[in-house]
Design a binder for this molecule. Sequence first.
Ligand SMILES: Cc1ncc(COP(=O)(O)O)c(C=O)c1O
Length: 385
Amino acid sequence: MASHLAPVFAQYPLEVVAADGVWLNTRDGRRVLDLYGGHAVAALGYGHPRWLHALEQQARSVVFQTNAVAMEVRERAATRLVRFAGLGLDSVFFVNTGAEANENALKLALRQSGRSKIVAVEQSFHGRTAAAGAVTWGAAEKWYGFPRAPFDVSFMPRRDEAALAKHVDKETAAVIIEPVQGLAGAFDMGREYLLALRRRCSEVGALLIFDEVQCGMGRCGEPFAANLYGVTPDMITTAKALGSGFPCAALLMAPGVASQLKVDALGTTFGGGPMACAVIEAVIDIIESEGLLANVRRMSKLIRESCVLGPVTASQGAGLLLGLRTDGPAKDVQRQLLERNILAGTSADPHILRLLPPFALDEDHVDLLRDALKDLGSQKLAVGA
Ligand SMILES: Cc1ncc(COP(=O)(O)O)c(C=O)c1O
């Protein structure tokens, strides 16, 4: 049958028909361990009963009202998110996608500062809309599609403290950074660099935006990477794990940013819809009540200790945003793992296999990965012999 979907996605060689926990069922009858979680979205895995219950209850009660109508569930979700973060960023603007959250953060920074330059980081990914794409590394060559960026952008090398003073200056409205880069291959910016960046932003009056669309909401083993590194930005954007499969995103703002907002400064139809808010509340509740942050830290440690073998030579990243460095092309290892019923991701770095599994991963799942990698290693030795 001819497909009527726009031909813009490369697809993995599997078709998923159902899923539960950390497992995908495919059309050809396989059970595949999902270590990729749909680009980091499926933080709670699939079919969590309390996630399903929250959705069902809200759908039966009020399926939708815009922000023009007050709803308790929206207030509760915002309060819960602010408390979960625990960073003093006490104002939330709910939107729908990561790119949209970044778009709004950049808009606020430019407007509030009256400056026209944004500093971003090499290898970053912030989304595909006009402003988010403009601060995404390499977008112009690959897919940007707009004749020019809507503001001045300067890219600085990552984790390079010496380069901060040159790029971040009194013309800079904001710096946008993924504290742990996702698509780039789970590249961790580190506490020292982020502290130096925070200091420089404060010195010159630039706002600091953490794009935690991929690394936030527990994926680093703390609520946000900001908590992990002890560095508080002026704004955080988050999405993906926030709804664990229900599309939603949020922009968290420090009081200094929020206090300048006026009615109609920002807007959205679907953002902050009751279904999204009910899910956000449930996701945070599940992460907290099931001790998932501690599990993320434990499983991260276990993977880093036990899965550097076979084609894997090193590991990087934080929590369950992990990059496994491979001796050959990561795409080949990804294919070989999928032949063994394990789905892993790749990244912009051709030698990094990216893992973004659900937070409730356990030792048995890690053992499956370890054994598969070991098997790949011994096969290679046998072929070489
Ligand atoms: C760090 C980061 N920022 C922004 C985005 C864009 O999010 P969305 O696809 O929801 O617009 C992504 C998506 O992969 C991301 O990883």
